[in-house]
Write a protein that binds this ligand. Structure first.
Ligand SMILES: [Zn+2]
Ligand SMILES: [Zn+2]
Length: 533
């Protein structure tokens, strides 16, 4: 039903405050003098949260919460008229049957308006990244990049304004807030690298009666005095509910609705350094760790991600060399091959977009790209960094190195350098977020996580010098969150253990099934279309 033509009787405004839980880059369109990829700012130079980036995210999430009934989802890539719950709220263009060939469009106008605002308490840094060569797990040559990022802790106010909302519609929006409050969503650019995570800190709601004079005045003056706390449903924290959802879902192979947040502590018992050239120049050392706003060492999520991807691809390549591509070499990378094909088609005057089924089913992307994403397909996994905990007995240690001349065996002239690594640090509450995955992807992730738990993984600078040994720890009192379009539930990690059987039988069976599915998949995998032509 098109409600956008009705007279306005009520306007409901939700005003919320969100706080960045990871770095943020708005995904700007133009570079600046300082970096290729700056944060978007207003005339006064304040970083801003744009309403559009929030509204895109809201639409995507509402479609999921409303059960994927939208034709944008069921008929991707085509413009089809749709009047689902989300399109009726957020608007949609449609082609009327009689004028289809004239190309004119009709619009439902949106009854939902999203506005953003300035970031407060912000600190921005230029972040230097380097792509990791997946095969050799070292920094890849000529793959350095930089971008500006707001550091975690900045806050921004946003508002969602809805004309004539029905009760179902406000309930839908409030369920969206639950997802925001528990950290299921992220904003802006470089989400795959773990940027843009945020938490909804508070949310007020006020309804304005537009039929009454007072209501109109209050609305026009944006009077929020009488606002009340918005209802944000809490997750269902019964262990049984959690197990029940896992059981029901384990019958499926593809989970386009299922999202999981797993908390994890990462402990670096030995020396570790996450290199940042800016910090190094500030402290006057050749290599020093990146810091957050408070000056504490910061574990960049992109580091966790790069290392785990490299390990996942190692596992894939060991089992079947065709199952993982090599991003550092254009001739062997899925994205580069797709790009080349796109160019070729464009020369023939054809606008080529790889069909999404072929991206999902392995025809065009290797198994590594399907889990960790490529330029053509979003990542199924996101990582978030945790809070820094310093061991009070230890501090940073300045180490001096000297390169050894390979011929004389003596110290090489002019090749002295130093590093300021950390020692014995813990980053608690790092998060792994999994979404829209298939069963085999959980299997592969489980195998990678086994290596993390057994401290078989190193992160950051100087891993060849013995730096960066990482130990993954699941704390039993931390909570796993699980979200489907129907419910959000939570479960203490400790409650998934059983005195006699170890890990809960249902969860264990789910994981075993996932690993088996992965093994079958990787064995059968014949490589992408390119290898076969
Ligand atoms: Zn729709
Ligand atoms: Zn690939």
């Amino acid at each position: 039903m098109d409600r956008s033509a009705d007279t306005i009787q009520t306007i409901v405004i939700y005003r919320g405050k969100l706080e960045l839980a990871s770095e943020f880059n708005s995904g700007a369109l133009q570079g600046s003098d300082v970096t290729d990829n700056p944060v978007i700012r207003d005339m006064d130079g304040c970083a801003i949260l744009r309403g559009e980036s929030l509204s895109g995210l809201i639409r995507q999430e509402l479609i999921r919460l409303a059960g994927y009934g939208c034709r944008d989802f069921t008929h991707p890539g085509t413009i089809v008229p749709c009047s689902c719950a989300v399109c009726s709220l957020m608007g949609h263009s449609r082609i009327p049957p009689d004028s289809a060939d004239t190309g004119s469009l009709q619009y439902y106008s949106s009854r939902l308006k999203v506005s953003g605002g300035r970031f407060h308490n912000e600190a921005a840094r230029i972040r230097h990244g380097v792509a990791i060569d997946r095969k050799f797990a070292v920094a890849a040559a000529h793959k350095k990049f930089d971008f500006e990022a707001l550091m975690p802790g900045a806050t921004a106010i946003f508002a969602i304004e809805i004309e004539n909302p029905s009760e179902d519609e406000t309930a839908l929006i409030e369920r969206l807030f639950t997802g925001m409050k528990y950290g299921f969503l992220s904003l802006g650019g470089k989400k795959g690298a773990g940027l843009g995570a945020f938490i909804l800190k508070e949310c007020k709601k006020r309804s304005f009666d537009m039929g009454a004079r007072d209501g109109v005045i209050a609305y026009l003056s944006k009077d929020f005095q009488e606002a009340s706390e918005a209802h944000v449903p809490a997750p269902d924290d019964k262990r049984e509910s959690f197990i029940e959802v896992v059981c029901a879902e384990s019958e499926k192979r593809f989970f386009h609705d299922f999202r999981l947040i797993i908390p994890l502590d990462l402990w670096f018992p030995e020396l570790v350094l996450f290199h940042d050239p800016l910090e190094a120049s500030l402290v006057g050392s050749d290599h020093a760790s990146i810091r957050d706003k408070e000056g504490n060492p910061f574990l960049p999520p992109s580091t966790i991600r790069g290392v785990l991807r490299s390990r996942a691809e190692q596992i894939l390549r060991t089992l079947n060399p065709a199952s993982a591509c090599d991003s550092a070499h254009d001739a062997f990378s899925c994205a580069a091959k797709l790009e080349a094909r796109k160019k070729k088609e464009e020369q023939k005057g054809i606008d080529y977009e790889p069909p999404w089924e072929k991206l999902e089913d392995g025809t065009l992307l290797c198994m590594g790209c399907r889990l960790f994403g490529s330029a053509f397909l979003g990542s199924r996994l996101l990582f978030q960094t945790g809070a820094y905990n310093r061991d009070k007995n230890h501090d940073e240690v300045l180490q001096h190195f000297v390169a050894i001349d390979r011929f004389t065996g003596g110290a090489k002239e002019g090749a002295k350098y130093d590093a300021l690594p950390l020692y014995n640090v813990l980053f608690s509450d790092c998060k792994i977020i999994i979404k829209d995955f298939s069963l085999w992807q959980i299997g592969l992730l489980a195998l990678v996580m086994k290596d993390v738990m057994q401290s078989d993984i190193r992160m950051g600078f100087g891993t060849r010098k013995g730096y960066g040994q990482a130990v993954g720890i699941f704390q039993r009192d931390k909570t796993i969150l699980l979200s489907t379009s129907r419910t959000i539930c939570s479960c203490r990690i400790g409650d998934l253990y059983n005195k006699d059987t170890g890990v809960d039988t249902t969860v264990k069976m789910f994981l075993e099934k996932a690993v088996q599915e992965f093994r079958d998949m990787v064995q059968k995998y014949k490589g992408t279309e390119y290898e076969n032509v």
